[in-house]
Design a protein around this ligand. Structure first.
Ligand code: NAD
Length: 468
């Protein structure tokens, strides 16, 4: 079994012990990653701190060129990384799986390289000149989840590098191998110490917590659950770190009475089941107007039952297993609870190992666990509603506010409803679509700050105002 190494200060580094990474499709070992602690984290942070001096003093054009070279490298290794993602994460190579994730990683890396934050002149007259400059922060700590390991790593690292920061990244213990390899590849075109990676199993040592409180890390960009995000915020307080927190969601989809069930079934399905529902901005509860409730349920079930689920290496698979046992158990618990309260229209019974078929449950309402909690798996609750005011209230009745969607054949009505949803992104007749030129982030408990576009880039800088 392959032993993967970390990269610190441009060198391959191991630790005194390792941990095993399993393929969720068959439970077999994919590889081993270094089980690191404070010593390795300190080494990574000091390598990044040392590299910051020359990396941040480059011209803006030089930073742009260096980031473009990173984007090209990632693209050149897309096929290799896609296979590694499938092996450790479980998602299929095909469809909206690991090749698609790599397509996103390459698109974001390229687009972010081309962004810039030019100097702003706030005033220039006989009273004086006032300029707004954007300065890099120093060492950025990136903590990533297991659902889109490479794409989210790129979302964190490229804007940090583009604005002149250096990076220490820590992937999830469930999916560290693709990040170890990604960082190795990036180091082929970056100076030593600009990007470093540390990995650990979260059992022996709390690497993420140690990063969040580390005195030489100036910012944490974190994507993960709300509960861990809160811990990050607490540990970061003492050192006044800058934070971008992309946390959990419980996105509502609202189907208005004038929708065509047949036309929207495919969009509804992928809005909810992309990456097996293990997507932050997936539709996690679907509200359907009473008048077309049954027709929408029928159309959705008819579409969903033909989706092939299997080992991600099989080109026929469109969905894979749930990524890990903990998440599987959570989904199983929520489905068992929902069975006693609603009607299972599709699926509902666990498969082999970590496989769980696409599951659709109707007859539920707010207050049921499957509606109130983030399931983060292949199960969708459908809730019947009777009027628009009622459904807006139900949709907003959540501590989360990541995304939301409204489905209707009348765009004006849909926009009006959409404008009243409490969430960072809202889609009409689709769900979950994101792009590198549009800021993405959550409101309420779903996070702080945004990623992507100039707004996202600015979060990797501090402002310095120069009064001349
Ligand atoms: P998680 O919070 O369990 O883990 C995320 C990362 O935090 C991992 O790298 C983990 O090792 C690390 N970590 C664990 N304890 C820590 C601590 N005390 N301090 C700092 N870091 C620590 O999340 P997960 O299960 O990997 O991911 C699923 C969650 O992520 C879901 O809630 C999902 O909605 C959310 N998510 C959000 C977005 C978004 O953009 N908003 C994107 C993807 C996933």
């Amino acid at each position: 079994m392959k032993q993967y190494q970390a990269t610190i200060g441009g060198k391959s580094v191991s630790a005194d012990s390792d941990f095993t990474v399993l393929n969720p499709a068959n439970g077999k070992e994919v590889g081993r990653a270094p089980n690191m602690g404070q010593k390795e984290l300190d080494a990574a942070v000091s390598a990044a701190k040392a590299a910051f001096i020359s990396w941040s003093s480059q011209s803006d054009a030089a930073l742009q060129t260096a980031c473009a070279a990173v984007a090209e490298k990632i693209e050149a290794h897309s096929a290799e990384l896609a296979e590694l993602i499938t092996l450790e994460q479980g998602k299929p190579l095909n469809g909206m799986g690991s090749r698609w994730e790599m397509g996103g990683a390459v698109a974001w890396a390229g687009y972010t390289s081309g962004l810039s934050l030019p100097l702003k002149v706030l005033q220039d007259n006989e009273q004086g000149r006032v300029e707004l400059h954007r300065k890099p922060l120093g060492v950025v700590g990136s903590i990533t989840p297991w659902n889109f390991p490479v794409m989210i790593a790129v979302w964190h690292m490229l804007p940090a590098l583009r604005t002149g920061n250096t990076v220490v990244i820590k992937p999830s213990p469930f999916t560290p191998l693709s990040t170890l390899r990604l960082v190795e590849i990036m180091n082929e075109v970056l100076p030593a110490g600009v990007v470093n990676v540390v990995t650990g199993d979260d059992q022996r040592f709390n690497l993420g917590g140690a990063m969040s409180s580390h005195p030489d890390i100036r910012k944490i960009v974190f994507t993960g659950s709300c509960a861990t995000g809160q811990k990050v915020m607490q540990s970061a307080a003492e050192t006044m770190k800058r934070l971008t927190l992309e946390l959990g969601g419980n996105d509502a989809g609202i189907v208005l009475a004038d929708s065509d069930p047949e036309k929207i079934a495919e969009g509804l399905f992928w809005g909810a089941f992309l990456n097996n529902g293990q997507t932050c901005a997936a539709m996690k509860r679907l509200y359907v107007h009473d008048s077309i409730h049954d027709a929408v349920c029928d159309a959705l079930v008819a579409y969903a039952k033909n989706i092939p689920v299997g080992d991600g290496l099989d080109e026929k698979s469109m969905l894979g297993p749930i990524q890990n046992r903990m998440q599987f158990d959570k989904v199983a618990r929520l489905v068992t609870d929902a069975k006693g309260r609603g009607k299972v229209l599709l699926g509902g019974e666990p498969g082999e190992g970590l496989f769980f078929p696409p599951t659709i449950v109707s007859g539920l309402s707010n207050g049921d666990a499957l509606v109130d909690e983030e399931q983060f798996g292949p199960v969708l609750p459908i809730i019947r509603y009777h009027d628009v005011e009622e459904v807006i209230r139900l949709a907003n009745d959540s501590p989360n506010g990541l995304g939301g969607s409204v489905w209707s054949s009348d765009k004006a009505t849909a926009r009006e409803v959409a404008s009243r949803l409490e969430c960072g992104s809202v889609w009409i007749n689709k769900h979950g679509a994101i792009q590198p030129n549009a800021p993405f982030g959550g409101v309420k408990a779903s996070g702080i700050g945004v990623e992507f576009s100039e707004e996202g880039l600015a979060e990797y800088t501090d402002i310095q105002v120069v009064f001349v």
